[in-house]
Design a protein around this ligand. Structure first.
Ligand SMILES: [Zn+2]
Length: 754
């Protein structure tokens, strides 16, 4: 019998079944399980009905104390503990045996259940896994089904059991297991210049050098789609590679106008002639830029999502003054189009998630008297309205990224591959002797376009800290052990790519995006010598430091320990690199759904520890905790020290309110970035409610069951399908909503500018 009290306590709670489906919490199921275990022991060991109820009540109490739905596994752990606490060891033993038998039975067919639940759209985990994939759509479901099979095959057949176990327990995260079964890599810098200038092949069709800017843009989007379908991470393209086609169009337009004049007998002076030409050139640029913006957001790749693409805007890349002038025209148009936004289904302009934009701050655009200052002002407006562009400081980058023979201050400036992973500086000094056989190879010039990242494995630093139980000596020993585990897991990634034939992805390996290898040729040389990188990711430095030292990362002792951890991680990657000639690099992982997984695993292994495991998320990379009150400049100043030690990639952010009426403040943050940190972004807000037309910040509130939901502050609408919300969660903007852990993190973010 269920008492009134039970009902009050349990009616609003939910649990997550093994299949991923969310169900209402039912206390009678817990009573039944305990009763069953009690029925099979000697009568002297059996529990009275009152004690069974008491245990069940306590379990319900623990569940109610959590801010999120617990999984069946977690609840069973609590039941076990509570039976033990009652002193009923015989019953606990039966209960554990029963669980073990059930888990053996289940091992046979969990994949089947996962697949069926995702087709029926009731798999909560999948629903909230990737903030840019909508799992109710057929094509997305097909990708997820393939992902489930890949994960299953990887876990049972391809990966060593200890790595799979460490991944499941949340000690490490083996990223993208849903793509591991295939010979695919992570992210890259597309060599668009080679493809456009020297031709490429798309789906068996020869594509020659385009004869206009808009055609070049069109081909670029085709290339982006092809590349995105043949890897699972992000990609970047540079506007510099499109800029030469502005003049191609200009020449064609001049010729055409001259013909028109001749035909109509109009005599035009030089000035009027070039005015008309330039007006038409601008129109051509607009046409091309709109093509890229609309194609990229509407394209659906075979991965069931828009391509994760970053567009790089760097005046310093232009080969001549004339080209720089044209590049500036293109950058201006890209920023203007983005400020406008893209139309949602109601025809209202909203913030698009893609492409991500990166703008390089440099001497030619950083001061009010710099020639391209007007572009920087436009970028600031764009950031205030649409969250992008993000900013790279040429000044800081040239201090850090030194290719062979370069001194600090003379280094290279280049974009990340997608959202944040950075290539290592060209250490060959000769563009790797053109092992990729690129058509635009220049001996002696550092090479970045055409290079790529092999994959990522992330260490959970919080788990290392808690497992060492406050003993610092043990911490360092355990850190090395866990990193070795990551190292072996990364070797698996590397081995999986070794022997891959160029035929697996012709666009990448044969037709110029990364290389121009022959048919049937192996990609192996590109995996060594620094041509590509492989990433040791890390997460939760904040919680790790707090757990070991009792100090915050923002306090001197905390910072010192945090920097020591980063140094150590860099020592490991340097050692592996020297031994194997593979460019291991330390990487501030953008934990998407993994932040939630890690937090759950930590709570399961160590319980709730204040300041360490008491949230449903852990902090990304070296970031200062989202709830920590700190101003934007101080935050960037402290984080810059850590970013310097994260050469494989990392981005710092500052959380700001609506800044559309305060552009000077945005510009002052940008100038601070230029002088102090290599790569940073501003998190602004620009949401929309389709029910009432509210344009501002949509709020996160708790519903009656304690679940976090999004709510329009004006009309109270909570239907996610009728809200356009864009938030940055990992370097990319997400717009398909997030899991409970990430939502809590977003809710708790404090502003760094007031
Ligand atoms: Zn509304």
């Amino acid at each position: 019998m269920e008492s009134k009290k039970d009902k009050a306590k349990t009616k609003q709670m939910h649990i997550i079944k093994r299949s991923g489906e969310e169900m209402p919490f039912d206390i009678s199921k817990i009573r039944n399980a305990i009763r069953k275990a009690s029925q099979v022991v000697d009568i002297k060991d059996a529990l009275s009905e009152a004690r069974i109820n008491l245990i069940a009540d306590e379990v319900a109490g623990v569940c109610a104390g959590r801010d999120r739905a617990m999984t069946v596994e977690e609840i069973q752990d609590v039941v076990e503990t509570k039976i033990m606490e009652m002193g009923a060891h015989e019953i606990a033993k039966r209960y554990i045996t029963y669980r073990y038998k059930q888990s053996l039975l289940r091992q046979a067919n969990t994949t089947d259940k996962q697949i069926l639940s995702l087709i029926e759209c009731n798999n909560e985990d999948v629903k909230q896994e990737n903030s840019n994939k909508n799992p109710t759509i057929n094509s997305v479901q097909r990708d997820y089904m393939a992902g489930e099979v890949s994960k299953d095959v990887s876990a049972r057949l391809l990966l060593p059991p200890d790595i799979v176990q460490a991944h499941r327990d949340g000690l490490i995260h083996f990223h993208d297991m849903d793509y591991y079964a295939q010979h695919m890599h992570n992210c890259d810098l597309v060599n668009l210049e080679d493809m456009l200038q020297n031709g490429t092949v798309i789906s068996g069709t020869m594509i020659e050098k385009p004869k206009s800017f808009s055609t070049a843009c069109n081909i670029a989007t085709q290339i982006i789609a092809q590349v995105a379908s043949n890897q699972y991470g992000g990609q970047s393209i540079s506007l510099t590679h499109l800029a030469p086609f502005v003049d191609v169009s200009r020449q064609a337009i001049s010729k055409e106008l001259a013909e028109e004049c001749a035909l109509s007998g109009v005599e035009m002076d030089g000035e009027s002639f070039s005015k008309i030409v330039e007006k038409r050139v601008r129109k051509e640029i607009q046409k091309g830029v709109q093509t890229i913006q609309y194609q990229v957001v509407t394209l659906m790749t075979t991965n069931g999502q828009a391509p994760f693409v970053t567009v790089y805007m760097y005046l310093g890349e232009a080969k001549s003054e004339a080209e720089r002038h044209d590049l500036a025209l293109v950058i201006e148009e890209v920023l203007k189009e983005r400020i406008l936004g893209v139309k949602n289904e109601k025809g209202v302009y909203v913030t698009p998630a893609f492409p991500k934009l990166i703008y390089v701050l440099e001497e030619q655009n950083i001061r009010e008297d710099s020639p391209y200052w007007y572009l920087t002002e436009l970028a600031a407006k764009c950031t205030a309205k649409r969250m992008v562009p993000d900013y790279i400081s040429e000044k800081k980058m040239r201090e850090y990224k030194l290719s062979k023979g370069e001194k600090p201050g003379e280094g290279d400036t280049y974009t990340c591959m997608g959202c944040r992973s950075f290539l290592t500086p060209d250490r060959s000094g000769n563009g790797y002797g053109n092992i990729a056989r690129a058509g635009n190879y220049e001996p002696g010039r550092p090479k970045y376009y055409g290079r790529f990242n092999q994959g990522v494995v992330t260490i959970n630093l919080v788990d290392v800290a808690l497992s060492s139980e406050g003993n610092e000596e043990r911490f360092w020993k355990l850190l090395e052990e866990r990193c070795e585990l990551c190292h072996r897991a990364l070797r698996c990634r590397h081995e999986r790519l070794k022997g891959t034939l160029s035929d697996a992805a012709p666009i990448l390996w044969q037709y110029g995006a990364l290389a121009r290898l022959d048919k049937g040729e192996k990609i192996d040389p590109l995996l060594y010598g620094g041509y590509s990188t492989i990433s040791l990711g890390y997460a939760g430095l904040w919680e790790c430091v707090f757990s070991v030292t009792g100090r915050k990362l923002t306090e001197p002792e905390g910072e010192k320990f945090g920097l020591a951890v980063m140094q150590k991680l860099n020592e490991f990657t340097a050692k592996w690199k020297a031994a194997e000639d593979i460019d291991y690099s330390l990487y501030g992982t953008p934990l998407e759904s993994t932040t939630y997984k890690f937090a759950k695993c930590l709570q399961k292994r160590f319980g709730i520890i204040k300041g360490v495991t008491d949230k449903n998320y852990i902090t990304n990379s070296y970031h200062i905790h989202v709830t920590e009150p700190i101003d934007a400049f101080k935050k960037l100043e402290i984080e810059a020290k850590f970013q310097k030690l994260s050469p494989g990639g990392a981005i710092s952010y500052v959380e700001v309110p609506n800044m559309q009426d305060n552009i000077p403040a945005v510009l002052s943050i940008m100038r601070y970035i230029y002088d102090n940190i290599m790569y940073a972004e501003l998190n602004t807000k620009s949401d929309y409610c389709q029910v009432c037309g509210f344009d501002g910040e949509i709020q996160i509130v708790k519903d009656e069951s304690g679940k976090l939901i999004w709510k329009c502050p004006k009309c109270g609408n909570t239907d996610e399908a009728k809200l356009n919300v864009a938030r940055r969660t990992c370097g990319y903007i997400g717009s398909q909503f997030w899991n409970q852990g990430r939502t809590q993190e977003i809710k708790e973010r404090v502003l760094h500018v007031s």
